[in-house]
Ligand binder design. Structure first.
Ligand SMILES: [Zn+2]
Length: 220
């Protein structure tokens, strides 16, 4: 459907955005990625993203978003704050409006590069309380960006209605299951692949993987 067009993937080197990158490579003629450097707890996240981009032969632009630190000190960007999540509350990794800002900057970059398609791995199904990851917000922002820049952006959210197990299934469909499992970084403690097994991100990732492997049946 979009085979002849160019797309920009918002890319962190994690499971979700890497799955989106494989999805984009299947659906678009030309794909580039944009990675946001906002002083992540682990610089490794930026390195992993760069390595995957090189590996999959896509051009990567790293945008400096360190001002997020200034706006909202939190556990992802400040090593002195512990990552915690109380039942029913936002995790301490929350940065207000982060996704909103990322998508808006991605759009400015996309237009400069002649790309109207933007792909992001946000997801409402495992909604952890981030209001700017909801479908209604993404649709609203899409309209706003089109008006702001007089351009026909299309924001794609291939994971919006998938749970974590279904995201693994999608990577499998795209022939990227092993790659995503072994090469991506989701862990807050900076352990690539299956991770540290202790942090909230690892527990979520592992639970989805276990569910998918059970459904799929067979070895692994
Ligand atoms: Zn971990």
């Amino acid at each position: 459907m979009f085979k002849n067009e160019k797309a920009i993937v918002v890319f962190s080197g994690g499971q979700d955005s890497t799955t989106c990158l494989f999805w984009a490579k299947k659906h678009f003629a030309e794909v580039e990625v944009v990675t946001f450097d906002y002083g992540q707890r682990h610089k490794l996240e930026i390195e992993v993203a760069a390595e995957i981009a090189r590996d999959l032969d896509v051009e990567q632009t790293v945008l400096d978003m360190s001002l997020l630190n200034q706006l909202s000190p939190n556990a992802l960007t400040r090593s002195d704050i512990e990552i915690t999540q109380e039942e029913g509350q936002l995790p301490s990794t929350f940065v207000d409006g982060r996704n909103h800002l990322f998508l808006s900057f991605a759009a400015v970059m996309a237009k400069q590069k002649g790309a109207r398609h933007i792909i992001t791995g946000v997801c409402e199904t495992d909604f952890s309380g981030y209001p700017d990851c909801r479908d209604v917000f993404v649709k609203s922002l899409n309209v706003t960006l089109n008006l702001a820049m007089d351009y026909e952006f299309v924001i794609h959210t291939p994971l919006m209605w998938l749970n974590k197990a279904e995201t693994w299934a999608l990577s499998d469909e795209l022939g990227a299951f092993d790659y995503v499992r072994e090469r991506t970084l989701t862990c807050y403690n900076g352990v690539i692949g299956s991770g540290c097994g202790e942090c909230p991100a690892c527990k979520l990732r592992q639970a989805g993987l276990d569910e998918y492997l059970t459904e799929r049946g067979g070895a692994k």
